[in-house]
Design a protein around this ligand. Structure first.
Ligand SMILES: Cc1cc2nc3c(=O)[nH]c(=O)nc-3n(C[C@H](O)[C@H](O)[C@H](O)COP(=O)(O)O)c2cc1C
Length: 325
């Protein structure tokens, strides 16, 4: 399949694996890129720029296809060493960066000068247009159903994607709720040039996370996610568990007075315990409603190949059949 996204990122299939904290290691990024998609290493999961440089090197040993790095810009009292991470990305020969969170404008000149394409993840048309205006090459439009941070506007992809298509000149991929060939065809129909998957890629053989995480996704339905941290205007869609129940109780009890420190136990530094140790109640972890569409743990290549053949069958047979008089 050829779209503006496959051409821009020089990949075979218009499928991107979104950056995921403590999931987006070299193993997953390399598997996605080797299967013809665009794998992404999660920059900030690597504790230092040097560790990121090592991870990029490891990934390069595992695949000769292009892969990218995610850099998430979050409000922080002591911000990470962003200039150092950007240096590691440039020196590592990376050609695609997925930015997310705050406006990446400050970092664009250095990335552009190094010939790096930037795809910014946005949860609204407003932010997508801003990304376009500051010179991003593409955007990843993340609907309300997505795992992670859906923003505060709550617009699902059936509205958000065609709205993005109405306004944007740069290409975009659909993100949030994407699982298979049906998702890809729907995304293309609504104006996207590809799709970004997060949660779906966690339930693959190569995803370097504890087996408990994959089993939790198999067991979950589309009814099992919750929105947390809404009162802090830092809404995150997570899988329901004991820690999330506790967190929501605190939100209810403290109301608008709640502070980040009140929920530190449920959200602070919990990812290694969940993703590496498989302690599924250790805290809140991002998960999309798409969990309801996850019924197996294929290899990444099986997942991508079947997504593409399903998409081709829908376009070439199912949709074409409606057009026969
Ligand atoms: C476990 C997990 C961790 C994530 N961590 C990040 C992150 O560190 N930075 C980021 O930009 N997005 C992160 N995301 C969001 C994904 O990149 C992607 O936008 C989202 O998962 C798409 O929605 P889906 O899960 O419905 O496919 C994370 C998502 C999940 C499920």
């Amino acid at each position: 399949m050829k779209t503006k996204i496959t051409e821009m990122f020089e990949i075979e299939h218009p499928i991107i694996q979104g950056g995921m904290h403590y999931v987006g290691f070299a193993e997953l990024a390399a598997a996605v890129s080797s299967a013809g998609g665009l794998g992404i290493i999660t920059g900030l999961t690597q504790r230092t720029p040097k560790a990121l440089a090592n991870e990029i090197g490891r990934c390069r040993e595992m695949t000769n296809r292009p892969f990218g790095v995610n850099l998430t810009f979050l409000p922080a009292v002591t911000p990470p060493d962003y200039p150092g991470y950007i240096r590691a990305i440039i020196d590592g020969g990376i050609k695609v960066v997925e930015t997310a969170g705050n406006n990446p404008q400050k970092w664009l000149p250095a990335l552009k000068e190094a010939g790096i394409k930037v795809i910014h993840k946005c949860t609204s048309v407003r932010h997508s247009l801003k990304a376009e205006s500051i010179g991003c090459d593409a955007v990843s439009v993340d609907g309300f159903e997505c795992g992670g941070h859906p923003g505060e506007d709550d617009v699902p992809n059936f509205i958000l994607l065609p709205r993005a298509a109405e306004e944007l000149k740069i290409p975009f991929v659909a993100s949030g709720g994407m699982a298979d060939g049906r998702s890809l065809v729907a995304a293309l129909s609504l104006g996207a040039d590809g799709m970004n998957m997060g949660t779906r890629f966690i339930a693959t053989k190569e995803a370097p996370v504890h087996e408990h995480v994959k089993q939790a996704l198999l067991a979950a339905t589309e009814l099992d996610t919750r929105l947390v941290m809404r009162p802090l205007r830092n809404t995150e869609r997570v899988l329901k568990n004991a820690a999330v129940d506790r967190l929501l109780e605190k939100e209810k009890a403290l109301g608008p007075k709640i502070k980040f420190e009140d929920i530190l136990g449920e959200v602070g530094g919990v990812y290694p315990r969940i993703m590496k140790e498989g302690d599924m109640d250790a805290g809140a972890w991002s998960c999309g409603m798409v969990a309801g569409l996850i019924h197996d743990i294929p290899t990444v290549k099986e997942l991508i190949d079947r997504t593409m053949s399903e998409a081709e069958a829908i376009i070439g047979r199912r949709l074409a059949s409606f057009m026969q008089a």
